[in-house]
Design a protein around this ligand. Structure first.
Ligand SMILES: O=C(O)C(=O)C[C@]1(C(=O)O)C=C[C@@H](O)C=C1
Length: 299
């Protein structure tokens, strides 16, 4: 903090008649911030052209930018403000590149998932709300939305319509290369009063991009009777570190489906995928997301 800013902390030693001059300083800084934002937006135009229409959203890159900024930040500006400001900057540079339409699954229709979506994707981004995950997934699969926000798979949502098993439906779309998990919310795990409180996944028609510190979701098909313990051993033996596992055993089908969260950013050519013993079908990468920034709520 500059000595001037330190002095400004103490109301007693900042004479009232300095107020106009201080506000003039803020005006000068606001002009500079505006110029810099305009300069940034011009570079975003070139970035969009360089990406050749491959979709505007890069959640991994956004996460890496936020981690870098928070790591170097000092001074009285609250860390949460850095997140808020840059989330809106990302939303505006995405809006520059495409007209983003977001499908939000808010199963209880109480606005909690909409709040999480707005926190991450921007206050002015067009969003439609759906009760069922299948509807929100369908919006992305059919091209009416580029992104959907879904409750965490396996988490009950209170109205009974979600259940543990919406993710197998996602796999059918994912198998055709159309839908990918690209982010997990909240990214800033500090939840000060007023912040959205739900956990959600972001899915997109553009594949996930690495942030440098990620987790991946892999879907596995195994014989129905296989125990979770032996599967966990097989995944470890292949060289993955499984963090969480969800199992889906559809009635009347001689197979169980697993959604496994593993450490790191896994790509389809990862040799470890071929080393997982006991599978009935090749493993499928469902997506990846940046590891959240964990901070105390007071920061
Ligand atoms: O790096 C990109 O691909 C961009 O489009 C730029 C940018 C940004 O504003 O920094 C915007 C949107 C992406 O989600 C990530 C980053």
């Amino acid at each position: 903090m500059s000595s001037f800013a330190e002095a400004a902390h103490d109301a007693d030693i900042v004479p009232v008649d300095r107020l106009p001059a201080l506000r003039e300083q803020l005006d000068v800084l606001d002009d500079r911030i505006l110029d810099l934002l305009a300069q940034r937006a011009r570079i975003v135009e070139d970035v969009a052209a360089a990406k050749r229409g491959s979709g505007s959203i890069r959640p991994g890159r956004e996460a890496a930018i936020l981690r870098r900024l928070l790591a170097k930040h000092t001074g009285p500006l609250p860390r949460g403000a850095i997140i808020r400001i840059w989330r809106e900057i990302f939303a505006s540079s995405i809006a520059q590149q495409q007209s983003l339409q977001v499908a939000v699954c808010d199963p209880a229709m109480d606005g909690r998932f909409l709040a999480a979506a707005r926190e991450h994707l921007g206050a002015l981004t067009p969003m439609r709300v759906y009760r069922s995950p299948a509807q929100a997934i369908g919006e992305v699969a059919d091209g009416r939305a580029s992104v959907a926000i879904l409750p965490m798979p396996g988490e009950g949502t209170g109205d009974g319509s979600v259940g543990p098993g919406w993710w197998p439906g996602l796999l059918q779309h994912n198998a055709k290369g159309r839908i990918h998990v690209v982010a997990r919310l909240p990214f800033w795990s500090s939840r000060p009063e007023g912040a959205a409180s739900v956990q959600a996944l972001v899915i997109s028609n553009t594949p996930a991009d690495p942030s440098g510190e990620d987790m991946s979701l892999i879907a596995l098909e195994v014989p129905a009777q296989v125990s979770l313990g032996s599967l966990s051993n097989a995944i470890n033996a292949a060289g993955f570190k499984p963090l969480t596992m969800l199992v889906h055993r559809p009635a009347g089908v001689p197979a169980a489906f697993l959604l496994v969260e593993v450490d790191g950013f896994v790509t389809a050519d990862d040799p470890r995928l071929g080393l997982i013993a006991g599978l009935q079908a090749p493993p499928m990468i469902v997506g990846a997301y940046a590891v959240a920034i964990a901070e105390e709520p007071s920061l």
